[in-house]
Ligand binder design. Structure first.
Ligand code: PLP
Length: 378
Protein backbone atom coordinates (compact mmCIF):
# COMPACT_ATOMS: atom_id res chain seq x y z
CA UNK A 1 0.00 0.00 0.00
CA UNK A 2 1.21 3.51 -0.87
CA UNK A 3 2.23 5.15 2.43
CA UNK A 4 0.21 8.27 1.53
CA UNK A 5 -3.02 6.30 0.98
CA UNK A 6 -5.30 7.24 3.88
CA UNK A 7 -6.42 4.28 5.96
CA UNK A 8 -10.07 3.27 5.83
CA UNK A 9 -12.40 3.89 8.77
CA UNK A 10 -12.42 0.21 9.78
CA UNK A 11 -8.63 -0.08 9.76
CA UNK A 12 -8.29 3.10 11.75
CA UNK A 13 -10.97 2.04 14.23
CA UNK A 14 -9.32 -1.26 15.20
CA UNK A 15 -5.98 0.46 15.89
CA UNK A 16 -7.21 3.80 17.23
CA UNK A 17 -5.49 4.88 20.43
CA UNK A 18 -3.44 1.69 20.89
CA UNK A 19 -0.01 2.15 22.47
CA UNK A 20 3.18 1.02 20.72
CA UNK A 21 3.42 -2.78 21.08
CA UNK A 22 5.21 -3.90 24.23
CA UNK A 23 6.35 -7.55 24.31
CA UNK A 24 4.10 -9.68 26.49
CA UNK A 25 1.66 -6.83 27.14
CA UNK A 26 -1.89 -6.82 25.69
CA UNK A 27 -2.55 -4.65 22.60
CA UNK A 28 -5.18 -2.70 24.56
CA UNK A 29 -3.95 -2.52 28.17
CA UNK A 30 -6.62 -3.08 30.80
CA UNK A 31 -8.39 -0.35 32.77
CA UNK A 32 -6.26 1.46 35.33
CA UNK A 33 -8.19 1.76 38.56
CA UNK A 34 -6.55 4.49 40.57
CA UNK A 35 -7.64 7.38 42.76
CA UNK A 36 -3.99 8.46 43.04
CA UNK A 37 -0.63 7.55 41.55
CA UNK A 38 2.84 7.29 43.14
CA UNK A 39 3.98 10.88 43.12
CA UNK A 40 7.36 11.64 44.65
CA UNK A 41 8.49 15.29 44.65
CA UNK A 42 6.97 17.94 42.41
CA UNK A 43 3.67 16.88 40.74
CA UNK A 44 4.91 17.29 37.15
CA UNK A 45 4.15 13.81 35.75
CA UNK A 46 1.16 12.99 33.54
CA UNK A 47 -0.77 11.05 36.21
CA UNK A 48 -1.22 12.53 39.64
CA UNK A 49 -4.78 12.29 40.96
CA UNK A 50 -7.65 10.27 39.50
CA UNK A 51 -9.96 13.25 38.90
CA UNK A 52 -7.30 15.00 36.79
CA UNK A 53 -6.00 12.24 34.56
CA UNK A 54 -5.94 8.52 33.98
CA UNK A 55 -4.00 6.46 31.38
CA UNK A 56 -7.20 4.63 30.35
CA UNK A 57 -8.77 8.00 29.47
CA UNK A 58 -5.64 9.05 27.61
CA UNK A 59 -5.83 6.03 25.30
CA UNK A 60 -9.57 6.47 24.70
CA UNK A 61 -9.16 10.20 24.06
CA UNK A 62 -6.43 9.53 21.50
CA UNK A 63 -8.64 6.92 19.83
CA UNK A 64 -11.66 9.23 19.55
CA UNK A 65 -9.41 12.04 18.32
CA UNK A 66 -8.08 9.80 15.54
CA UNK A 67 -11.65 9.14 14.39
CA UNK A 68 -12.80 12.76 14.72
CA UNK A 69 -9.93 14.22 12.69
CA UNK A 70 -7.69 11.58 11.08
CA UNK A 71 -4.07 12.65 10.76
CA UNK A 72 -4.64 15.95 12.57
CA UNK A 73 -3.42 17.23 15.89
CA UNK A 74 -6.57 17.49 18.01
CA UNK A 75 -7.36 17.15 21.68
CA UNK A 76 -10.22 15.12 23.09
CA UNK A 77 -11.62 15.26 26.61
CA UNK A 78 -13.85 12.40 27.77
CA UNK A 79 -16.68 12.79 30.24
CA UNK A 80 -19.01 10.68 32.35
CA UNK A 81 -21.90 11.31 29.93
CA UNK A 82 -22.92 13.32 26.90
CA UNK A 83 -24.59 15.89 29.16
CA UNK A 84 -21.35 16.30 31.10
CA UNK A 85 -19.57 17.00 27.78
CA UNK A 86 -22.22 19.51 26.69
CA UNK A 87 -22.17 21.24 30.08
CA UNK A 88 -18.38 21.45 29.99
CA UNK A 89 -18.38 23.39 26.71
CA UNK A 90 -21.28 25.64 27.65
CA UNK A 91 -20.18 26.44 31.20
CA UNK A 92 -16.47 26.77 30.41
CA UNK A 93 -17.07 29.16 27.48
CA UNK A 94 -19.97 31.38 28.55
CA UNK A 95 -19.96 34.20 31.10
CA UNK A 96 -22.67 36.50 32.42
CA UNK A 97 -23.59 39.00 29.71
CA UNK A 98 -22.77 36.58 26.84
CA UNK A 99 -25.30 35.37 24.30
CA UNK A 100 -25.70 31.76 23.20
CA UNK A 101 -27.72 30.44 20.24
CA UNK A 102 -29.27 27.01 20.79
CA UNK A 103 -31.42 24.89 18.47
CA UNK A 104 -35.09 24.93 19.44
CA UNK A 105 -35.48 21.33 18.28
CA UNK A 106 -32.39 19.74 19.81
CA UNK A 107 -31.94 17.16 22.57
CA UNK A 108 -34.64 17.61 25.16
CA UNK A 109 -32.23 18.46 27.99
CA UNK A 110 -31.03 21.61 26.18
CA UNK A 111 -33.90 23.71 27.64
CA UNK A 112 -32.69 22.65 31.09
CA UNK A 113 -29.26 24.03 30.24
CA UNK A 114 -30.91 27.19 28.86
CA UNK A 115 -32.76 27.66 32.16
CA UNK A 116 -29.51 27.58 34.12
CA UNK A 117 -27.70 29.83 31.66
CA UNK A 118 -30.44 32.45 31.97
CA UNK A 119 -30.15 32.24 35.76
CA UNK A 120 -26.42 32.98 35.38
CA UNK A 121 -27.13 36.06 33.24
CA UNK A 122 -26.53 34.57 29.80
CA UNK A 123 -28.93 35.57 27.01
CA UNK A 124 -30.32 32.48 25.27
CA UNK A 125 -31.69 32.66 21.74
CA UNK A 126 -33.21 29.71 19.93
CA UNK A 127 -34.05 28.92 16.33
CA UNK A 128 -34.90 25.75 14.40
CA UNK A 129 -32.19 23.54 12.88
CA UNK A 130 -33.88 23.29 9.46
CA UNK A 131 -33.38 26.03 6.88
CA UNK A 132 -30.21 27.22 8.72
CA UNK A 133 -32.59 29.39 10.78
CA UNK A 134 -29.96 29.94 13.48
CA UNK A 135 -28.24 32.32 11.02
CA UNK A 136 -30.86 34.96 11.73
CA UNK A 137 -30.10 35.19 15.48
CA UNK A 138 -26.29 35.16 15.49
CA UNK A 139 -25.69 38.86 15.94
CA UNK A 140 -23.45 39.47 18.96
CA UNK A 141 -23.47 35.81 20.02
CA UNK A 142 -20.52 34.25 21.87
CA UNK A 143 -21.42 30.62 21.14
CA UNK A 144 -23.50 28.88 18.48
CA UNK A 145 -24.72 25.42 19.42
CA UNK A 146 -25.65 23.19 16.46
CA UNK A 147 -27.26 19.76 16.57
CA UNK A 148 -27.30 18.17 13.12
CA UNK A 149 -29.05 15.88 12.48
CA UNK A 150 -31.33 17.05 15.25
CA UNK A 151 -32.82 14.66 17.75
CA UNK A 152 -35.56 13.52 17.35
CA UNK A 153 -36.78 15.44 14.27
CA UNK A 154 -33.72 14.59 12.09
CA UNK A 155 -33.46 18.01 10.50
CA UNK A 156 -30.08 18.92 9.05
CA UNK A 157 -28.41 22.33 8.76
CA UNK A 158 -25.44 23.48 6.72
CA UNK A 159 -22.69 23.32 9.34
CA UNK A 160 -20.03 24.97 7.14
CA UNK A 161 -22.35 27.88 6.29
CA UNK A 162 -23.41 28.41 9.90
CA UNK A 163 -19.84 28.08 11.21
CA UNK A 164 -18.53 30.66 8.73
CA UNK A 165 -21.31 33.10 9.64
CA UNK A 166 -20.79 32.52 13.37
CA UNK A 167 -17.04 33.10 13.12
CA UNK A 168 -17.63 36.28 11.16
CA UNK A 169 -19.99 37.39 13.95
CA UNK A 170 -17.27 36.56 16.53
CA UNK A 171 -18.96 33.44 17.92
CA UNK A 172 -17.49 30.04 18.69
CA UNK A 173 -19.23 26.99 17.22
CA UNK A 174 -20.05 23.69 18.89
CA UNK A 175 -21.71 20.78 17.10
CA UNK A 176 -23.52 17.98 18.92
CA UNK A 177 -22.51 15.10 16.66
CA UNK A 178 -24.23 12.35 18.66
CA UNK A 179 -26.58 11.16 15.95
CA UNK A 180 -23.93 11.01 13.25
CA UNK A 181 -20.96 9.71 15.34
CA UNK A 182 -17.38 10.60 14.30
CA UNK A 183 -17.66 8.14 11.41
CA UNK A 184 -20.78 9.79 10.05
CA UNK A 185 -19.72 13.42 10.21
CA UNK A 186 -16.58 15.41 11.02
CA UNK A 187 -17.67 18.72 12.59
CA UNK A 188 -14.13 20.10 12.94
CA UNK A 189 -13.53 19.68 9.20
CA UNK A 190 -16.81 21.54 8.62
CA UNK A 191 -15.57 24.51 10.64
CA UNK A 192 -16.72 23.78 14.21
CA UNK A 193 -14.51 24.69 17.17
CA UNK A 194 -15.93 21.92 19.35
CA UNK A 195 -17.19 18.51 18.28
CA UNK A 196 -19.31 17.19 21.15
CA UNK A 197 -21.10 13.87 21.49
CA UNK A 198 -22.86 11.48 23.75
CA UNK A 199 -20.84 8.31 23.25
CA UNK A 200 -23.54 6.49 25.16
CA UNK A 201 -25.07 6.12 21.69
CA UNK A 202 -23.63 4.84 18.41
CA UNK A 203 -19.96 5.50 19.07
CA UNK A 204 -19.82 2.81 21.77
CA UNK A 205 -23.04 1.19 20.61
CA UNK A 206 -23.78 -1.56 23.12
CA UNK A 207 -26.20 0.26 25.40
CA UNK A 208 -24.15 -0.70 28.45
CA UNK A 209 -22.38 2.52 29.43
CA UNK A 210 -22.70 6.30 29.54
CA UNK A 211 -19.92 8.47 28.18
CA UNK A 212 -19.34 11.73 26.32
CA UNK A 213 -16.51 13.63 24.72
CA UNK A 214 -15.41 17.01 23.39
CA UNK A 215 -12.80 17.29 20.63
CA UNK A 216 -11.14 20.53 19.54
CA UNK A 217 -8.14 21.64 17.53
CA UNK A 218 -7.28 24.55 19.79
CA UNK A 219 -5.23 23.33 22.75
CA UNK A 220 -6.22 26.34 24.88
CA UNK A 221 -9.94 25.62 24.39
CA UNK A 222 -9.33 21.95 25.20
CA UNK A 223 -7.54 23.01 28.38
CA UNK A 224 -10.58 25.10 29.40
CA UNK A 225 -12.86 22.12 28.85
CA UNK A 226 -10.50 19.80 30.72
CA UNK A 227 -10.31 22.29 33.55
CA UNK A 228 -14.12 22.31 33.77
CA UNK A 229 -14.08 18.51 34.05
CA UNK A 230 -11.72 18.80 36.98
CA UNK A 231 -13.96 21.39 38.66
CA UNK A 232 -17.27 19.61 38.02
CA UNK A 233 -15.77 16.17 38.61
CA UNK A 234 -17.84 14.69 35.77
CA UNK A 235 -15.17 12.10 35.04
CA UNK A 236 -15.67 8.79 33.25
CA UNK A 237 -14.92 5.63 35.22
CA UNK A 238 -11.87 3.65 34.06
CA UNK A 239 -14.04 0.58 33.38
CA UNK A 240 -16.47 2.54 31.17
CA UNK A 241 -13.56 4.20 29.40
CA UNK A 242 -11.93 0.87 28.68
CA UNK A 243 -15.20 -0.71 27.52
CA UNK A 244 -15.72 2.29 25.24
CA UNK A 245 -12.26 1.91 23.75
CA UNK A 246 -12.83 -1.80 23.22
CA UNK A 247 -16.16 -1.03 21.53
CA UNK A 248 -14.52 1.42 19.12
CA UNK A 249 -12.82 -1.49 17.34
CA UNK A 250 -16.18 -2.47 15.84
CA UNK A 251 -17.59 1.01 15.29
CA UNK A 252 -17.34 0.92 11.51
CA UNK A 253 -18.92 -2.56 11.28
CA UNK A 254 -21.75 -1.56 13.58
CA UNK A 255 -22.44 1.84 12.09
CA UNK A 256 -22.36 0.60 8.51
CA UNK A 257 -24.87 -2.17 9.30
CA UNK A 258 -27.05 0.16 11.39
CA UNK A 259 -27.11 2.81 8.67
CA UNK A 260 -27.99 0.21 6.03
CA UNK A 261 -30.75 -1.16 8.27
CA UNK A 262 -32.10 2.34 8.92
CA UNK A 263 -32.28 3.04 5.20
CA UNK A 264 -33.94 -0.32 4.45
CA UNK A 265 -36.47 0.40 7.15
CA UNK A 266 -37.12 3.95 5.94
CA UNK A 267 -37.73 2.65 2.42
CA UNK A 268 -40.18 0.05 3.73
CA UNK A 269 -41.98 2.62 5.89
CA UNK A 270 -42.30 4.93 2.88
CA UNK A 271 -44.72 2.43 1.30
CA UNK A 272 -47.14 2.45 4.25
CA UNK A 273 -50.25 4.56 4.11
CA UNK A 274 -50.56 4.88 7.93
CA UNK A 275 -47.03 6.37 8.17
CA UNK A 276 -46.59 10.13 7.83
CA UNK A 277 -43.75 12.55 8.62
CA UNK A 278 -41.13 9.96 7.68
CA UNK A 279 -37.59 11.32 8.14
CA UNK A 280 -34.17 9.81 7.52
CA UNK A 281 -31.37 11.87 5.95
CA UNK A 282 -30.33 8.92 3.78
CA UNK A 283 -33.70 8.68 2.03
CA UNK A 284 -33.38 10.35 -1.39
CA UNK A 285 -36.84 11.87 -0.88
CA UNK A 286 -35.97 13.39 2.52
CA UNK A 287 -35.90 17.23 2.52
CA UNK A 288 -32.40 17.11 4.06
CA UNK A 289 -30.96 14.50 1.72
CA UNK A 290 -28.94 16.66 -0.65
CA UNK A 291 -27.41 18.72 2.18
CA UNK A 292 -26.77 15.58 4.26
CA UNK A 293 -25.07 13.95 1.25
CA UNK A 294 -22.67 16.87 1.04
CA UNK A 295 -21.68 17.05 4.69
CA UNK A 296 -22.26 13.57 6.14
CA UNK A 297 -20.24 10.43 5.46
CA UNK A 298 -22.96 8.16 6.83
CA UNK A 299 -26.59 9.06 7.51
CA UNK A 300 -27.06 7.54 10.95
CA UNK A 301 -29.11 4.77 12.49
CA UNK A 302 -32.24 6.72 13.42
CA UNK A 303 -35.51 6.92 11.50
CA UNK A 304 -38.45 8.97 12.73
CA UNK A 305 -42.07 8.74 11.65
CA UNK A 306 -45.61 9.38 12.83
CA UNK A 307 -48.40 6.83 13.29
CA UNK A 308 -52.02 8.06 13.32
CA UNK A 309 -52.33 8.46 17.09
CA UNK A 310 -50.91 7.49 20.46
CA UNK A 311 -52.85 4.20 20.74
CA UNK A 312 -51.76 3.14 17.26
CA UNK A 313 -48.09 3.87 18.09
CA UNK A 314 -48.38 1.99 21.40
CA UNK A 315 -49.91 -1.06 19.66
CA UNK A 316 -47.06 -0.99 17.14
CA UNK A 317 -44.38 -0.82 19.84
CA UNK A 318 -45.99 -3.59 21.91
CA UNK A 319 -46.25 -5.88 18.89
CA UNK A 320 -42.62 -5.64 17.80
CA UNK A 321 -40.65 -8.78 18.65
CA UNK A 322 -37.10 -7.87 17.59
CA UNK A 323 -37.20 -4.26 18.72
CA UNK A 324 -37.08 -3.11 22.33
CA UNK A 325 -39.42 -0.36 23.50
CA UNK A 326 -36.66 1.73 25.03
CA UNK A 327 -35.22 5.20 24.92
CA UNK A 328 -31.73 6.10 23.66
CA UNK A 329 -30.44 5.10 20.21
CA UNK A 330 -27.37 3.92 18.33
CA UNK A 331 -27.15 0.48 19.97
CA UNK A 332 -26.59 -2.94 18.41
CA UNK A 333 -30.15 -4.00 19.33
CA UNK A 334 -32.91 -2.12 17.55
CA UNK A 335 -35.09 0.00 19.80
CA UNK A 336 -37.98 2.37 19.33
CA UNK A 337 -40.11 4.60 21.46
CA UNK A 338 -43.07 6.93 21.35
CA UNK A 339 -41.16 10.08 21.93
CA UNK A 340 -44.16 12.03 23.18
CA UNK A 341 -44.20 9.97 26.38
CA UNK A 342 -41.45 12.21 27.81
CA UNK A 343 -43.29 15.46 27.20
CA UNK A 344 -40.12 17.40 26.26
CA UNK A 345 -40.23 17.35 22.45
CA UNK A 346 -42.70 19.21 20.24
CA UNK A 347 -43.84 16.05 18.43
CA UNK A 348 -47.25 14.49 17.65
CA UNK A 349 -48.60 11.79 20.01
CA UNK A 350 -47.96 9.10 17.39
CA UNK A 351 -44.32 10.15 16.75
CA UNK A 352 -41.92 7.18 16.86
CA UNK A 353 -38.13 7.45 17.04
CA UNK A 354 -36.67 4.22 15.72
CA UNK A 355 -33.03 3.23 16.22
CA UNK A 356 -31.85 0.52 13.84
CA UNK A 357 -29.52 -2.10 15.30
CA UNK A 358 -27.28 -4.65 13.62
CA UNK A 359 -29.91 -7.36 13.05
CA UNK A 360 -30.21 -8.96 9.61
CA UNK A 361 -32.09 -6.36 7.55
CA UNK A 362 -34.71 -8.77 6.23
CA UNK A 363 -35.60 -9.92 9.79
CA UNK A 364 -35.83 -6.36 11.05
CA UNK A 365 -37.95 -5.07 8.18
CA UNK A 366 -40.23 -8.13 8.36
CA UNK A 367 -40.77 -7.62 12.10
CA UNK A 368 -41.63 -3.94 11.60
CA UNK A 369 -44.03 -4.63 8.72
CA UNK A 370 -45.76 -7.41 10.70
CA UNK A 371 -46.11 -5.12 13.73
CA UNK A 372 -47.52 -2.35 11.52
CA UNK A 373 -50.07 -4.78 10.06
CA UNK A 374 -51.14 -5.94 13.51
CA UNK A 375 -51.27 -2.39 14.89
CA UNK A 376 -53.42 -1.30 11.95
CA UNK A 377 -55.83 -4.23 12.55
CA UNK A 378 -56.41 -2.80 16.05
N1 PLP B 1 -27.03 14.86 22.81
C1 PLP B 1 -27.96 14.15 22.15
C2 PLP B 1 -28.26 14.49 20.73
C3 PLP B 1 -28.63 13.11 22.80
O1 PLP B 1 -29.57 12.43 22.15
C4 PLP B 1 -28.31 12.82 24.15
C5 PLP B 1 -29.00 11.74 24.88
O2 PLP B 1 -29.95 11.15 24.40
C6 PLP B 1 -27.35 13.58 24.79
C7 PLP B 1 -26.71 14.58 24.09
C8 PLP B 1 -27.01 13.35 26.23
O3 PLP B 1 -26.20 12.22 26.35
P1 PLP B 1 -26.08 11.36 27.71
O4 PLP B 1 -27.40 10.69 27.92
O5 PLP B 1 -24.93 10.45 27.43
O6 PLP B 1 -25.79 12.31 28.81
Amino acid sequence: MNSTTPLGDGTRAVRAGLPEPVPYEPPLPGPVFAAHFHLPGEPTGPYTYGRDSNPTWTRLERAIGELEAPGEQVETVCFASGMAAISAVVFSQLRAGDTVVLPVDGYQALPLIAERLRAFGVEVRTAPTGGDAQLSVLDGARLLWIESPSNPGLDVCDIRRLADAAHTAGALVAVDNTLATPLGQRPLALGADFSVASDTKGTTGHGDLLLGHVTCRDAARAAEVRDWRKVAGAIPGPMESWLAHRSLATVQLRIDRQCANALALARALGDRSEVSGLRHPGLPTDPSHSLASRQMRRYGSVVSFVLPDRAHAERFLETLRLVDDATSFGGVRSSAERRGRWGGDAVPEGFVRFSAGVEDPEDLVADVLRALDEAAAG
